[in-house]
Design a protein around this ligand. Sequence first.
Ligand code: ATP
Ligand code: MG
Length: 571
Amino acid sequence: MASILLRQRRVSALGVSRILQDNGDSLRLQMESKFGTFSSIGVMIRKYSSGRDPAKFDFTDLTCPHTWYPNARKKNRKVFLHVGPTNSGKTYHALKRLQSSASGIYCGPLRLLAWEVSKRLNKAKVPCDLITGQEKVEVEGAKHKAVTVEMADVNADYHCAIVDEIQMLGCKTRGFSFTRALLGIAADELHLCGDAAAVPLIQELLQVTGDDVQVQTYERLSPLVPLEVPLGSFSNIRTGDCLVTFSRKGIYGLKKKIEHGGKHLCSVVYGSLPPETRTRQATRFNDESSEFDVLVASDAIGMGLNLNISRIIFSTLRKFDGFERRDLTVSEIKQIAGRAGRYGSKFPEGQVTCLDADDLPLLHSSLKSPSPILEQAGLFPSFDLMFMYSRLQPKKGLYQILEHFLENAKLSENYFISNCEELLKVASVVDQLPLGLQDKYLFCISPVDMDDEISSQGLVQFAENYSKKGLVRLREIFTPGTLQVPKTHPALKELESIHKVLELYVWLSFRLEESFPDHELASSQKAICSMLIEEFLERFGGQRPRSRKKLTSRPSLDSLIAKRKREYLYD
Ligand SMILES: Nc1ncnc2c1ncn2[C@@H]1O[C@H](COP(=O)(O)OP(=O)(O)OP(=O)(O)O)[C@@H](O)[C@H]1O
Ligand SMILES: [Mg+2]
């Protein structure tokens, strides 16, 4: 009894409010935390195996991550693994189950995918919210949600849940969010869709959860034909083609070349475009009545999306992935190629080729090879664990705590620690400010792009003002009457960066509502910003549109803003 009391007292000193369960060699603790989805009701930690000092807990022991999610562990989940090649109906079948369930959640890797699903469910008269890091579109009476995987709520109860593109759990940077969704979502039925390469690992990870796992395999619904010849001349481009390249400069270069021929207009989709702009560009390409009949895109279109593409043309099979310039992996090539000839689209057969004949052998061999079996899933400690760990070394900044934690983390062989270079970059900045650990952590997980000067300056300013005054107001940058469509690529890039800063504000305003009160202003400024970007894409993005009449008859910016506001209301 005395030892239990002693333990309780020591544990309280670490910021833990209550021991929920003590099963001999591990404890489940209740923590106070303001991190909505990032906090768990209870955290299971293991005692040091020596067992001599009952108050010594090993917070860096991450060998049993399934115990971090008590809600999911209370369920006997029926897990369905839908696996097969691209365009084989995996997501379709999982969505059918979601649609017919009383409540549910769809978790996808891209905002475009979550948007596609929410649209589909609402159209089928199943009210469905759309929730991403920066937007919440709530629909009256909704019991369903379509979210980006980072927003998956592990504290709610669902009848049915889908985690799409589950093979992403092996991704170096985002893998841990998929692992969290896989282990943590409390649903009666959990549907996992993706590549067969993830099956053995998932079966192994779920052996300890007591879930019932069934595998359903699928075949491609329509043929995908690798062509024997490269594109050759740009005059061979035709309606429904999608050119794939991985740099912003490359995308605009290709758009210009294609439009120069005078036969086609191109929509563009790439990562640093505002998400709503990406959606509208994709919709415009999909719309048969639109003049924009060719798509130029990066791998931002690479997963799960249903676009009206007849032929994928790789301009290169190498990309810079933030660390190095490397060949695309087999699964990246298959994912991107799989966008061609989607079942139910106007192209019954998909084709795939390259610009450069030298790339054809790698393309052909990759399409024939199975994706390599996944060996490990990403993992990252919850804030709660890190917080408890930090109490043991109160003088250290977040950067040191993180670094030290990660150095000492113990994992089972099925997991790896996700790459957190970005997080450490922010930690070194916010450590200079008089902020609490929770606030610092919040800035670290925010969607800031530290490689973008304007975006990182925005973060520094927000964090500084927040630490000084506890209140961060937003200045109106775009006022009607003074709006200017960018005319050059540097000006466009600047707008993309400003959009990122506004998104960051919106993201913070969802989590620190009182300190970031200008949510409405940030959202409307964001909408104006993306509209100016889209105007650029129509007027200057490549060659001018064929009919000059179209150009001169364009409505004024102010009337476009009014129209955009209506679109936002009705979309
Ligand atoms: N049985 C079906 N009846 C009608 N349409 C279907 C059926 N199965 C799939 N589809 C449609 O075919 C297209 C491809 O299906 P889906 O998106 O489910 O493929 P997937 O296997 O998930 O592909 P990916 O690996 O690229 O995500 C979608 O537009 C989907 O609505
Ligand atoms: Mg899919």
